[in-house]
Design a protein around this ligand. Structure first.
Ligand SMILES: *[C@@H]1O[C@H](CO)[C@@H](O)[C@H](O)[C@H]1NC(C)=O
Ligand SMILES: *[C@@H]1O[C@H](CO)[C@@H](O)[C@H](O)[C@H]1NC(C)=O
Ligand SMILES: *[C@@H]1O[C@H](CO)[C@@H](O)[C@H](O)[C@H]1NC(C)=O
Ligand SMILES: *[C@@H]1O[C@H](CO)[C@@H](O)[C@H](O)[C@H]1NC(C)=O
Ligand SMILES: *[C@@H]1O[C@H](CO)[C@@H](O)[C@H](O)[C@H]1NC(C)=O
Ligand SMILES: *[C@@H]1O[C@H](CO)[C@@H](O)[C@H](O)[C@H]1NC(C)=O
Ligand SMILES: *[C@@H]1O[C@H](CO)[C@@H](O)[C@H](O)[C@H]1NC(C)=O
Ligand SMILES: *[C@@H]1O[C@H](CO)[C@@H](O)[C@H](O)[C@H]1NC(C)=O
Length: 376
């Protein structure tokens, strides 16, 4: 026979019943916890043992949003289930068995009475906590936290890029999450990361980035915000921790993150009358994953006359960008040079400054390029 209490439980809750919880447990989307009632009746101590024996713990109410969710779960039940809360007979104060804060404003009318030291939950109006003799027989009420995060250790000593996403993306993430993504990139690199798309409950749900395996304020790199047009960030070192926290209400599609390791290659700058610029290691082969920026600036009123007299890179994937400004963007990009038939190439800067960026990918290295420049 299925006791009425179980039948009512599954018929009236109106909450998501998905694969988040083990069979026989019901997911609550407000608390992101799994709950179940026992069909059998127990004393308080037995109910605690019962919850442990099925992989959970007695329900201690840890927030007002959880209290409200439990009212919705139990407002049609006749038998009040045990909560994981009891009186300390020395101090006379009540406490939650799981150590969470005990809310003294959650009692139903005329409670706490002296009629017992254990606590049951009354779902019917006026709902709230009610003192009950610990030896009485009531249903056990258990909860367990499902594994909803896709927390992960990502990357490694030879991984240069990757993507990861919030759990449930692009449909919906859950409430009450605290997920961590620890990114490791090769030695002597730093990590750049971008979040597109990024759709979360702004202010209440958050994505924070930290230097190293840390979540402390001193290591905070930044908080990702959907209000920022540019959502790109970078670390100093080769370990970055990403923490995704959500609150008890309102979820959204979530986010997709793309990260890339970059070699720490200081900008090469030249000034004066003339100079020579070369790709890393030239005339030996450049390395994989190079990203080298070059700056040239000459006296005001003069121009830079740059001539590339030797050039060989992997076609399309390893390239040299020429910019007619010291700032590098699509709107200052003059040419992207790549392959075997570039040299000789000449560029005269419109102003007294110009810049270049050499980029190589992970495969096929060549000798690169050699350039000379003079003022004119
Ligand atoms: C019980 O709670 C549910 C969900 O909040 C609500 O729809 C229903 O009307 C409540 N029933 C009673 C008897 O209060
Ligand atoms: C009851 O409270 C006293 C005094 O704070 C404490 O020492 C004791 O451990 C408590 N007992 C329980 C069962 O928590
Ligand atoms: C990277 O650095 C760590 C710590 O300095 C070192 O133990 C490890 O051997 C290095 N790995 C490589 C591939 O150089
Ligand atoms: C990161 O830090 C946490 C907490 O200090 C620790 O438990 C975990 O093992 C660390 N992870 C790695 C990969 O070092
Ligand atoms: C390059 O500039 C130096 C002065 O900085 C000058 O002595 C030299 O003659 C110049 N070389 C060429 C080829 O213009
Ligand atoms: C730029 O340099 C090249 C190679 O040295 C030279 O042939 C050319 O005349 C120079 N152009 C100007 C405008 O100075
Ligand atoms: C620059 O151009 C590339 C290739 O066309 C494009 O993918 C990128 O979004 C552009 N960047 C900006 C800042 O417009
Ligand atoms: C710089 O290059 C861009 C792209 O080729 C071009 O639109 C722009 O007019 C150039 N600026 C100057 C000052 O020549």
């Amino acid at each position: 026979m299925i006791p009425p209490i179980l039948f009512l439980f599954s018929a009236f809750i109106g909450l998501t019943v998905g694969s988040e919880c083990p069979l026989g447990w019901t997911f609550n989307s407000v608390t992101s916890e799994c709950y179940t009632f026992s069909a059998r009746l127990f004393t308080f101590d037995e109910s605690v043992q019962y919850c442990n024996s099925i992989g959970g713990k007695s329900v201690s109410i840890s927030s007002y949003s959880e209290r409200d969710a439990l009212v919705a779960l139990t407002n049609t039940t006749i038998l009040q289930p045990w909560l994981g809360a009891r009186r300390n007979t020395t101090t006379k104060n009540f406490y939650n068995l799981d150590g969470s804060y005990f809310y003294t404003l959650m009692w139903t009318t005329n409670e706490p009475s002296i009629n017992g030291d254990c606590v049951t939950f009354k779902g019917a109006n006026p709902s709230g906590l009610q003192v009950t003799q610990c030896y009485q027989l009531q249903p056990a009420f258990c909860k367990q936290t499902p594994a909803l995060c896709n927390s992960a250790v990502l990357g490694g000593p030879s991984t240069w890029s990757g993507t990861f996403q919030s759990p449930g993306y692009p449909v919906q993430y859950y409430n009450n999450l605290d997920c961590r993504y620890l990114i490791n990139s090769p030695n002597n690199t730093y990590i750049t990361i971008e979040f597109y798309p990024f759709v979360i409950e702004e202010w209440y749900d958050s994505v924070d980035l930290y230097e190293g395996n840390s979540t402390s304020y001193a290591d905070h790199i930044g908080s990702v915000s959907s209000y920022d047009w540019v959502r790109g960030y970078e670390s100093d070192g080769n370990v970055m921790n990403v923490r995704f926290k959500t609150n008890y209400a309102i979820t959204d599609k979530g986010w997709l993150a793309t990260w890339t390791a970059k070699k720490d290659m200081p900008v090469i700058s030249q000034y004066g009358m003339n100079g020579t610029m070369v790709s890393p290691n030239y005339p030996n082969n450049y390395d994989p994953h190079d990203e080298q920026v070059y700056q040239i600036s000459v006296a005001y009123g003069m121009q830079v006359n740059l001539t590339i007299d030797d050039f060989r890179t992997e076609n399309r994937f390893d390239y040299l960008n020429i910019y007619n400004s010291s700032s590098q963007s699509n709107s200052t990009l003059v040419a992207t040079l790549s392959g075997a038939s570039v040299a000789p190439y000449n560029f005269i800067s419109p102003k007294s400054y110009m810049s270049m960026k050499f980029v190589s990918d992970g495969s096929l290295q060549y000798k690169g390029w050699h350039a000379v420049w003079t003022i004119c």
